[in-house]
Design a protein around this ligand. Structure first.
Ligand SMILES: [Zn+2]
Length: 336
């Protein structure tokens, strides 16, 4: 769902527009206020809805006119208790959302004009914590939109064994295949299909139990599921799916042709992991898969992901920022 449009809040589509909307802390504070109280401020202390006092030198606070109690606009968000100005947070979330691949913390520091590396590191760390939440609803369920499913090995690095020694980790993926609008430029130029949402999970092995179990967690029954003709997927019809098995027989060219979208996803994932993280350990791989999924599934809605990262998405099912940061919150569908 498009959260921004539901709230009637502005949706910057470009960096100049972003700059116009959020030129200073007061503009960011006004945005936070509107995101939190769509129908006007209600004092959390006394429950009274009144026009609060605002302070030019303290844009992050509102004061209730009844009992003069202060409310911090950043309470419950990623920015809570931070001394960093609001507009720096907004810019940082914007940069992380648009994710120039492989951008380092030092480059972030330069872009944000921050003096201390530690501040940059803290901001990035907190924003990334907002990406560990995998999406909850399953893929598919739409007529004419099959879901491709496949698995691949990722090179994992093992602690203490040094460079070049790798344990391979098996990753399963499901991706929605959507048709392009007929007659458009992209429809004529490419295959006429593009990737919708994706799911990625570390799985223990290539057995039917692991792979069909993954499909059941990731895809709505009744959906057309396209896989290779590996035997592990053979009993998908028994689990309520319409199954199309493509005869791959180890021929990569056939795979490219018949499972093109999922191979694109795997290629993007490997490029990103190797480029930005130089491979990751088994222990952390699921977190990186979740980060990739977060960004991939919101690539057409960058402002939604911007708001999720700041903790102001207004999503009632989402864990609070404190839950995420403490590491206590475990998503029920997380296979890692
Ligand atoms: Zn009050």
């Amino acid at each position: 769902m498009d959260i921004d449009q539901r709230d009637g809040l502005p949706f910057p589509q470009s960096l100049p527009e972003f700059q116009r909307l959020f030129p200073n802390d007061s503009a960011c504070a006004a945005y936070l206020e509107k995101a939190r109280w769509r129908n006007g401020f209600i004092c959390p202390h006394c429950g009274v809805d009144c026009e609060p006092y605002r302070f030019a030198n303290r844009p992050g606070a509102l004061r209730c006119r009844k009992r003069m109690r202060d409310t911090r606009l950043t309470a419950g968000t990623v920015m809570e208790l931070s001394h960093t100005p609001l507009n720096i947070w907004f810019w940082a979330a914007c940069l992380v959302t648009s994710q120039t691949p492989g951008m380092s913390a030092v480059q972030f520091q330069r872009q944000l004009g921050l003096r201390r590396y530690e501040t940059t590191f803290q901001i990035l760390h907190k924003l990334r914590a907002g990406m560990v939440r995998p999406d909850q609803d399953r893929l598919g369920g739409k007529i004419g939109e099959p879901v491709e499913v496949d698995e691949t090995y990722m090179g994992g690095r093992t602690r203490g064994q040094g460079r070049g020694v790798h344990n391979k980790i098996l990753v399963a993926s499901a991706v929605e295949v959507r048709p392009r609008k007929p007659g458009t430029k992209l429809d004529a130029r490419k295959s006429g299909r593009y990737a919708g949402r994706v799911r990625l999970a570390v799985v223990p092995d290539r057995g039917a139990r692991s792979l069909c179990g993954f499909v059941q967690k990731a895809v709505v029954p009744g959906t057309i599921v396209v896989t290779d003709d590996g035997g592990s997927y053979a009993n998908l019809p028994g689990r309520g799916y319409k199954h199309i098995a493509v005869a791959e027989r180890g021929n990569p060219q056939v795979a490219e042709e018949h499972l093109p979208i999922i191979h694109l996803v795997f290629a993007n994932l490997k490029t990103w992991l190797n480029g930005s993280h130089h491979g990751v350990s088994h222990q952390h791989l699921q977190a990186y898969l979740n980060e990739f999924t977060f960004r991939f599934n919101r690539r057409f809605y960058p402002f939604n992901s911007f708001r999720s990262l700041l903790g102001i998405a207004g999503d009632a099912c989402a864990p609070t920022y404190a839950d995420l940061y403490s590491g206590k919150w475990v998503h029920p569908t997380c296979l890692g």
